[in-house]
Design a protein around this ligand. Sequence first.
Ligand code: FES
Length: 114
Amino acid sequence: MKLCGWGKANMATRFLAIEKLINLRDGYRKRLKIDQWDVVLLQEQGDRYVIQSHCPHQQHPLLDANVEDGVITCPYHQYRFDMNQGINLEGVCAPLRCYDTVYDGNAIGIMIDD
Ligand code: FES
């Protein structure tokens, strides 16, 4: 018997579209607040990311943060986060919440729990 995911057995997930693919290009950034979801969608060097909108250290906005090689640097205390796994590279604070990007037709989005 596989025990993984037991806590979500009755939880439904659904696709939440957040942008049309035609609008994406390197340098694209957009903050979205939908219900309790507060995220930033961005594209850099051809890679697309959806991350929580504020730094997990002291909640500084990340919309204008520097991004390079999949690492985002918070402008407030310069903590760096791997945007694929969320890990704080200094190892001193909670991880950044990162969402898997999902494509549906001409839209990019994330899967959310209802
Ligand atoms: S608030 Fe982001 S590093 Fe401190």
